[in-house]
Design a protein around this ligand. Structure first.
Ligand code: GLA
Ligand code: ZN
Length: 677
């Protein structure tokens, strides 16, 4: 349990009473009660208020807020307020200001705006974290610490440059090793002095954000900035831990956010929390995959849904309203994938500045007679009724997909082979196929123990890190099925090609050699032509983006290309290795192919759908103390029929017994507890 003080699904969100007068607070208290809200995230952007100048701190407003909330039955998720520095700090100590990608020194403004290597930022953020911990250590309202907010963005200032050199010295020891890792003889970039190394941005090696002349330095700069921000988090965390060792600590993450290596971050967090902002047309399997990734960051431990909007965002190009029932549906989708909290940004809509059109539980009209409030209050009631039933329940997936941030950086920084190649999209194609089959899937890191799974899929595993290939070999030889795709095993951690033929170190387990990589022009395709019938695979399927021209070296050829100069050569292979199998998908196939392939592979392991449900209905399972809870989520606007198989269930939301088949209303949710009968 995240914190047994509140043994239920937490319900609440970001709350900024400091933007309002006291008469509004009483209304807040009243309406929170009506909505069943029991957690408020406070103090997220209040540094300027807490510390009006260098020497004084004033927490009177926060004392009053926390006391008032607690008196009204609302606990707090207490932020450290360091997500935006005060104006006086920027004026007095310009080292807190970042230098941007174009090399411009920023002035005061915005948020998430502090240089992570600024001595001033580090000193003052640590100090205020300590002051907060000292002050609120014994306050019964505090459930969890929320350090800063949505860490992100890179800085390119001189402090960062010199910290980068130190970071490089720690990683490589010698300049010679750096030169080697970055292959600096290319274009005559050899460094003879550490000071020669400047940060890679639009003034030096990069352009357009992720185009670079040297993958090596750009990749290391991403690692370094991710680490620098993580150091800021750790500095605050350590202060909090010293004083309040028993209060859990988190910081809110952002799903597939590209800039930070969240697997590394999660190791430093007690609980993962994240902010979920899909738009109306985001495929729901993409949201599902992101929840699975957030769950996977800490090996399947339940996470917090820290933020979502009850209705609209303000920052998307088109901020559509969540249709009736969709806020509830998406809240339960988070729970279905492992969330133990449902929280919003924000509880009350602000009056001014850029988020005044961002949805909130309490809208500008100020009263409770709105569709959005009614839906929030209904959900609040349901979550109260659920009590602690689902807390700590875990996924029981036997299939995992590997996702890796450094691999992503490597692919995105790579000049060639195709701008159409998008790592996250390729990962999603596989997740989506499994999701359509209603097969439970975890998202894991390259370091995770693979032996707990039967099937491991690693789409576009471009960067094969040290030891990875051996671990895959171990997994497969013990009977596991591994699948990887085109453009895999190409480079090591430093983005240096593994010589001797692609897919490098993965060549042995896959039993193939990829001789050439062909990028297909937009709108053009090749085909995967299945030899005979192989499980669910039959006939021709389209494929595109990249086609690896491969040779089987021991692997069985399951499909061939249908056209072009490599017509008739392998496009899909499977290699028997020890007790297991390793698949190579040499191109990016159409969805139908992936569904048929994943079904074939899962059937061979006896892995079944959680339930048999129609398109548009999502099914997942969480298990707690031997009891399975099956979530059925109807993402369509119409009623759908779902067959329930042999078991007898009780729907936790209605209390009704369900068996054989049921009709789930449009946007409906069922949480089916298996009665064991
Ligand atoms: C993020 C931030 C919040 C708020 C929301 C708006 O998640 O953490 O402070 O700006 O976005 O969607
Ligand atoms: Zn900096």
């Amino acid at each position: 349990m995240i914190n047994p003080k509140l043994p239920k699904m937490w319900y609440g969100g970001d709350y900024n009473p400091e933007q309002w007068e006291a008469d509004v607070w009483q209304e807040d208290d009243r309406m929170f009660k009506l909505a069943g809200i029991d957690v408020a995230t406070v103090n997220v952007f209040s540094w300027a208020l807490n510390q009006p100048n260098e020497d004084s701190y004033d927490f009177a407003w926060l004392d009053e807020t926390i006391d008032r909330l607690y008196k009204n039955g609302v606990y707090v998720c207490l932020a450290t307020s360091t997500g935006a520095h005060p104006a006086w700090m920027a004026r007095k100590y310009p080292d807190v200001l970042r230098v941007d990608y174009e090399g411009r020194k920023r002035r005061f403004g915005g948020r998430h705006n502090s240089c992570p290597n600024s001595p001033t930022y580090r000193t003052y953020s640590t100090r205020i974290a300590r002051k907060l911990a000292e002050r609120y250590q014994a306050h019964p309202a505090v459930l969890i610490w929320h350090v800063s907010n949505e860490y992100g963005g890179y800085c390119y200032c001189d402090n960062c440059a010199s910290a980068f050199r130190t970071w490089l010295q720690q990683r490589y020891s010698t300049l010679e090793a750096v030169n080697q890792a970055w292959n600096t003889r290319f274009w005559g970039h050899t460094f003879y002095d550490w000071e020669d190394i400047v940060v890679p941005n639009a003034l030096s090696e990069e352009w357009s954000g992720n185009r670079t002349n040297f993958q090596g330095i750009s990749l290391d700069y991403r690692r370094f900035q991710s680490d620098s921000l993580l150091d800021c988090y750790k500095l605050e965390r350590d202060e909090l831990k010293k004083i309040t060792p028993d209060i859990p600590i988190t910081t809110n993450l952002m799903g597939f956010y590209p800039e930070l290596d969240y697997f590394k971050w999660a190791k430093e967090m007690d609980v993962v929390s994240w902010d979920n902002y899909p738009s109306l047309d985001t495929p729901y399997s993409h949201t599902a995959m992101t929840h699975a990734l957030m769950r996977g960051l800490k090996g399947g431990q339940p996470f917090m849904l820290m933020e979502q909007t009850p209705s609209v965002q303000n920052w998307q190009p088109y901020n559509s309203a969540k249709r009736p029932g969709v806020m509830r549906l998406w809240s339960y989708q988070a729970v279905a994938h492992g969330a133990d909290t449902v929280m919003f940004f924000q509880l009350r809509r602000s009056m001014g500045a850029c988020e005044k059109y961002h949805g909130a539980v309490i809208e500008h009209v100020g009263h409770e007679h709105t569709r959005v409030f009614r839906e929030c209050a209904e959900l609040g009631k349901e979550l109260q009724q659920l009590g602690d039933k689902l807390l700590d329940a875990r996924s029981d997936a036997r299939v995992a997909i590997i996702y890796d941030w450094e691999n992503r950086w490597g692919i995105e920084l790579s000049s060639g082979p195709s701008i159409a190649l998008n790592y996250v999209n390729e990962v999603h194609k596989y997740y989506d196929a499994l999701h359509q089959l209603h097969i439970q899937t975890d998202m894991v890191s390259v370091e995770d123990d693979l032996s707990q799974y039967d099937v491991v899929v690693a789409p576009v595993m471009y960067m094969s890190k040290q030891g990875f290939a051996e671990r895959v070999e171990g997994f497969v030889s013990q009977g596991g099925t591994f699948l990887t795709t085109f453009f895999s095993g190409i480079v090591n951690e430093n983005d240096l090609v593994t010589l001797g033929g692609y897919p490098g170190e993965l060549r042995k387990v896959l039993g193939i050699w990829a001789e050439e990589i062909d990028a297909l022009l937009p709108g053009t395709q090749n085909q995967m032509v299945i030899r005979g019938r192989q499980g669910r695979l039959e006939g021709d399927y389209d494929c595109g983006i990249l086609c690896d021209v491969i040779h089987a070296e021991g692997a069985e050829v399951v499909a061939e290309y249908g056209s072009d100069y490599y017509q008739g050569t392998p496009s899909l292979t499977v290699n028997t290795f020890g007790q297991g199998k390793a698949w190579y998908v040499a191109s990016s196939p159409e969805p139908k192919f992936l569904k048929d392939l994943m079904q074939t592979i899962c059937e061979a392991h006896g892995i079944e759908s959680v339930l048999d449900a129609p398109v548009g209905v999502e099914v997942t399972r969480r298990v707690k103390s031997g009891t399975a809870y099956t979530f059925v989520l109807n993402h369509t606007a119409n009623p759908q029929e779902v067959s329930l198989g042999e078991s007898v269930y009780v729907d936790l939301l209605t209390g009704k017994e369900e068996r054989e088949r049921c009709i789930i209303p449009g946007r409906g949710v069922m949480i089916l507890e298996d009665t064991g009968n």
